[in-house]
Design a protein around this ligand. Structure first.
Ligand SMILES: CC(C)[C@H](C(=O)O)[C@@H](O)C(=O)O
Ligand code: SF4
Length: 469
């Protein structure tokens, strides 16, 4: 009998092409997603070396970061820098024979949303993209992580990647989530617990009753933010929920190939007795809706909490950095979270821009009005999410409530397109990063779940979604 292995060990072993004595491995890559920001030099490198893309059929390109989200984008992108990046990807994809979803394609959307939608993302695969939130795809029981631009070139040219094995971490979330508390609150609580460096050197496997109970959308939200916890990747063993989601997707296996794939996918779990280098356990039943107060995703508190007092922190460096965060955020220690007023609300991103997220927003917003003091936008994660939302009539609920209903893209998750905060504007955001300037120069970001963001838009300040009616 071979030694018990974790899910990560299994997928890694299955993809090793070569292993050096020092442990450096060459890994086979099953899927490569490409977006406009991190790919131009990689394609240029191939061009200069006279190389081809080794496996164009395992590569899929899409524009997301730079695309405007206003409907007139079909008439051309006005911002020159954005237009150049978008045109470069279109040309590179055409020149190298890679399938490409332009801003005019209804399948276009955020790279981490379109992969799963197309069945391009499948269990057991190694998946890479020049983007840190590639960890999202781990929700399918895939080994998925971000790579740098030189690695993008390497994968384009060879369909392999040089990798060292990471350590194994288990994050087990026991029990059941209370009403109103979501996957986003779980992952924010985990990052609050382990810190933004807590996962450094690890691949995290999420398990436990609360994780098993999540939909694929919820699992993607969790795996998405593994990177904010410092981990190389995050993954969840595939199960009936996973298989049901994947079945029938455009690129998923069919017929006999499906049956064979399913047999393999059912072997993708951590063996009894396998070793984890670190274990973290959380009780879902005790989790409140969470709001970040600072400029790091680990700066979390309950919606019923107050802005913490940095003077109480012993470590001097940490104390100073949290003081600076409060200053940047324009907040005073002791302020109740529910007293914090918002100027903007952003609902979208690869963390929370999927159909289930939009349904949660609609449930909160139905028959209500966005506060007069708030500018709130909803950006579907993809054209297919947008079409589904419109088929369900969610767009009408949003528009009647006073939300701005946009075209798909990364949008105000990061200020690389026209959607951005003005200096000192305060935003409740369903995205994953609240760094200084992330959503615009001097903009102030509070990370929350979609339902919490929707309720804040309507109330004009944070409210406890558990009291919403
Ligand atoms: C632009 C891209 C390289 C970047 C990433 O890697 O994550 C972006 O997607 C982000 O979320 O900050
Ligand atoms: S939505 Fe945000 S986090 Fe996701 S890929 Fe785009 S910029 Fe990065």
């Amino acid at each position: 009998m071979s030694a018990p292995r974790t899910l990560y060990d299994k997928i890694f072993d299955e993809h090793v092409v070569d292993r050096q004595d020092d442990g450096t491995c060459l890994l086979w890559i099953d899927r490569h997603l490409v977006h406009e920001v991190t790919s131009p030099q990689a394609f240029e490198g191939l061009r200069m070396a006279g190389r081809k893309v080794r496996h164009p059929e395992k590569t899929l390109a899409v524009v997301d970061h730079n695309v405007p989200t206003s409907p007139d984008r079909v008439n051309g992108i006005k911002n020159e820098e954005s237009r150049i990046q978008v045109e470069a990807l279109a040309k590179n994809a055409a020149d190298f024979g890679v399938e490409y979803y332009s801003e005019k394609d209804r399948r276009q959307g955020i790279v981490h949303i379109i992969g799963p939608e197309q069945g391009f993302t499948l269990p057991g695969m190694t998946i890479v993209c020049g983007d840190s939130h590639t960890s999202t795809h781990g929700a399918f029981g895939a080994l998925a992580h971000g790579i740098g631009t030189s690695e993008v070139e390497h994968v384009l040219a060879t369909q392999t990647l040089i990798q060292n094995k990471a350590k194994n971490m288990l994050v087990r979330v026991d029990g059941q989530l209370p009403e109103g508390v979501t996957a986003k609150d779980i992952i924010l609580a985990i990052i609050g617990e382990i810190g933004t460096a807590g996962g450094t050197g690890y691949v995290i496997e999420y398990a436990g009753e609360a994780i098993r109970a999540l939909s694929m959308e919820g699992r993607m939200t969790i795996c998405n933010m593994s990177i904010e916890g410092g981990a190389r990747a995050g993954l969840i063993a595939p199960d009936e929920t996973t298989f049901a989601y994947v079945k029938g997707k455009p690129r998923a296996p069919q017929g006999e190939a499906w049956d064979m794939a399913l047999d393999y996918w059912k072997t993708l779990y951590t063996d009894e007795g396998a070793h984890y280098d670190k274990v973290v356990v959380l009780d879902a039943a005790k989790l409140p809706p969470i709001v970040t107060w600072g400029s790091s995703p680990e700066d979390v508190t309950s919606v019923l909490g107050v802005v913490p007092n940095p003077d109480e922190i012993e470590d001097e460096n940490k104390r100073n950095s949290k003081k600076r965060a409060l200053d940047y955020m324009g907040l005073t220690a002791g302020t109740k979270i529910t007293d914090i007023k918002l100027d903007r609300v952003f609902i979208g991103s690869c963390t929370n821009g999927r159909i289930e997220d939009l349904r949660a927003v609609a449930a909160v917003a139905k028959g209500k009005k966005v506060a007069a003091t708030v500018n709130a936008m909803i950006v579907p994660g993809s054209g297919l999410v947008k079409a589904q939302a419109e088929a369900e009539g969610l767009d009408k609920i949003f528009i009647e409530a006073g939300f701005d209903w946009r075209e798909p893209g990364c949008s105000m998750c990061l200020a690389m397109n026209d959607d951005r905060l003005k200096p000192h504007e305060r935003c409740a955001s369903t995205s994953n990063r609240n760094f200084e300037g992330r959503q615009g120069f001097k903009g102030r970001t509070h990370l929350v779940s979609p339902a919490m963001a929707a309720a804040a838009a309507i109330a004009g300040h944070f409210v406890d979604i558990r009291d919403w009616h």
